[in-house]
Structures are given as C-alpha cells and as structure tokens.
Design a protein around this ligand. Structure first.
Ligand SMILES: *Cc1c(COP(=O)(O)O)cnc(C)c1O
Length: 385
C-alpha cells in the first residue's frame, strides 16, 4: 500500500512548466472543457426533459450511429446501452451471454472481477481461468465446451494492453464456437480494434469517451444477439435490470430500460462527434499513440523511472504505469504534483508498487504528457537536492 502522504515537501514547480490541464486520472478521467461549455449552453432545453421524448432520444440515436461509424461495425451489429456501468454489464453477461461455461483471461484487478462473477453464478459451470503475472497478459486458447471467451482490451490496473483476436483455431460462433466478449472499458476509442474479432465489445463512458460514469455500452454481433435471444427464451430466470434482451429492445428504440443520466449522454456524444469529425478511430488512437511514445521514451531515458510493463508491445497506449527507483518515493512525487493541480497520478492502490499511473486517453493533450514528464523530472531533482 502507498501510505497516505501527510507531509508534502515544499517544492515549487514553476507555473510555465505545468501542463495546460492537470487531469491524468484513469477514470473518471479528463472531460474536455469545450464539452462542458456546450452542455451548459444546451442545458435549458435538454437537462430535466423526458428521456422518452425526441430531444433525448435523438442523442441516443446519434451516439448509436456514432459508434457504428467510429468502429466500422458490420451489418447486423447493434449498439446497446443501459444503466450501471461495466460492473453491471458483467452481471448481465453472466445471465445473458454465458450459456454454460466461459474462459477468462485474468491479469489484473478488472479482468479478475468478471471471472469472479462467473465463478459465483450458481447457474453456470465452473469457468476456466487463465492467469498471468501482473504486467503481462495470458493468451486465450480454443477449447471444446467453452461458449464465451472473456478478454480485456486494456487492464487499467496494470497498464497492459492486448490485441483483440479470436482464439487461434476457434470456430466462429455461427459454426458452434464460443463468443468473444471484450471488456474494453478503458481501451474503446483509444486502441485499434477489428469488429469481426469480437461478439461483444463493452465499455463505459468515463474513460476514452470523456464523460461521466454510470452507463454501460455494448457493441453486439449477430451471434451475441442470437445468444441473448436463445437464453431469453429458455427457462433461466433473469432479473429485468440485467436482461440484455430488454436492453436490446429498448436500444433499438433509442431508449434505455430506465432513466439514464442526460449530462453523461451529452458529454459522450460530444466526444464521439469530436472523434468522428476529425478522422475517426485513427484520429483518437493516434493521439494516444503520440502520448504513449512521449511517456515511454521519457521513462526509458530516465535514470530513476522505468516502464513497469516489460514487453514493449504490451505497454498500454491509454494507461501508462511507470515504476520509480526505490530512492524516489512515488507517493511523495504524486503528492507534490497534486499540490500543483496535477491530479490522480497515484498507482492502482491494490498493485502496491512504487509507481505512477498516467492516463493518456484521447482527451489528454500529448503536449501535456510531455509537460508532466518535465514536471516529474523537476520534482525528483528538487527532492534529491
Ligand atoms: C474502469 C474499468 C471497469 C469498471 O467500470 P465501471 O463503469 O466503474 O463499472 C471495468 N473494467 C475496466 C477494464 C476498467 O478500466
């Protein structure tokens, strides 16, 4: 555990060195000020109005279309949304996507949680859990009897990303193979993905989509929709709030089953439009690539910082984890940064490393990542003298 820092050394970072925006948290993460201003302008005719009427339904319709465009979804895929965030979607998936037995890649706090939900579900068989050391990722293996492969695009707790591919040798779901379900909460919009490689790609808007938490979004292939319909028609009891067939039905009408947060929808639509108007996924992922290049190049050249993730291709382009030398206390560095308005660079608490964790979602300016690196150098230099 990183101890709570009470004594922040009195170190001054000159204001000209500070990043333009000091939010580097991994979720909730930076919301672009222009989106908040747009919301304030629209508020009078939008906030506090019925989600069953045109004003709000048109925003839902626009985000559903926006994601179809951003990800280049093939015909027949549906964009579905509901309340409760990704954590809620895991429970919905244990009811409506896993038929009997799932396989989970577990390589950090978030990926282990969906696995735990499947273990706890009394109506499912014991899942297969494939784990690897923190800082690495395991590989999915095609196996008889597995009807869902659970992957995580970016493990936010450790800063490891993995390419999304169907398991080697696995039959397509339309030929009896398992569905591929991907937790893309921190990866969606910031990392490239080929939609033919997944059946469910789910996320929440408080990371790359620069909005607030509380919603879940899922891109569902025709095979995933068939699975939902088949389980829906079976005698399995499913709570209505977690019933993906109800969510699918409502989404097709540009609605949610119960009341969504309208500000959240507005902000995520603003971010999604910003992506699509500037070139789509190559634009949004390109920003993350640039930030990651700056961060890891700095760490590799530093005599006190090292990228935590050993293999270069596993180092996340959306959430960077940087170990500091034992002679430099990361909590103190994060504390000095915080005192200057540079917030949420602390590591994931359960990882317990002498580390800084830095979000590089598309809303973050690559130049601000460069300024952050210079500020860290300045703080560490001042601590040593
Ligand atoms: C943030 C995060 C979650 C949790 O999302 P909630 O919306 O808070 O439930 C799950 N998985 C990953 C990979 C995350 O980064």
């Amino acid at each position: 555990m990183i101890p709570y820092v009470t004594d922040i050394p009195d170190i001054d970072i000159p204001s000209h060195m500070l990043p333009g925006d000091g939010r580097f948290g991994s979720g909730p993460s930076k919301v672009r000020p222009v989106a908040v201003e747009a919301l304030a302008r629209a508020a009078g005719g939008y906030l506090g109005t019925s989600h069953r009427q045109r004003t709000v339904k048109s925003v839902v319709e626009k985000v559903r279309r926006g994601w179809t465009e951003l990800f280049g979804l093939p015909d027949g895929y549906e964009v579905v949304l509901g309340n409760g965030g990704t954590t809620c979607f895991w429970d919905a998936a244990t009811f409506c996507l896993i038929e009997h037995r799932s396989q989970h890649l577990s390589f950090g706090e978030f990926s282990s949680k969906f696995a735990a939900a499947a273990v706890a579900a009394p109506h499912l068989c014991e899942p297969e859990i494939v784990s690897s050391e923190v800082g690495t990722h395991p590989t999915a293996t095609a196996r008889e009897g597995i009807d869902l492969y659970a992957l995580t695009h970016n493990e936010t707790s450790t800063g490891v990303m993995m390419p999304i591919r169907r398991p080697e040798g696995a039959a397509l779901p339309s030929d009896g193979g398992g569905l591929v379900a991907v937790d893309a909460t921190s990866g969606a919009g910031g990392l490239p993905v080929d939609p033919t490689q997944f059946d469910a790609y789910y996320f929440a808007p408080q990371k790359c989509f620069a909005s607030d938490g509380g919603l879940w979004l899922a891109l569902l292939s025709p095979s995933a929709q068939e699975r939902i319909a088949r389980i829906g028609a079976s005698d399995r009891w499913v709570p209505a709030f977690l019933d993906l067939s109800i969510a699918l039905e409502n989404s097709k009408l540009d609605q949610t089953y119960n009341t969504p947060a309208l500000a959240t929808l507005f902000l995520l639509d603003d971010q999604l439009s910003w992506f699509n108007e500037n070139g789509g996924l190559p634009f949004s992922t390109g920003r993350c690539d640039r930030s990651a290049e700056i961060l890891y190049t700095w760490a590799e050249g530093s005599d006190f910082a090292t990228p935590f993730v050993r293999r270069e291709q596993d180092r996340s382009h959306v959430v960077g984890t940087i170990d500091l030398d034992a002679s430099v206390d990361a909590a103190t560095v994060a504390g000095v940064l915080r005192a200057h308005g540079i917030v949420d660079t602390e590591p994931y608490r359960k990882l317990g490393r002498n580390q800084l964790r830095i979000a590089m979602f598309p809303a973050v300016e690559p130049d601000d990542v460069a300024a952050l690196c210079a500020c860290i150098n300045h703080v560490v230099g001042a601590l040593a003298s």
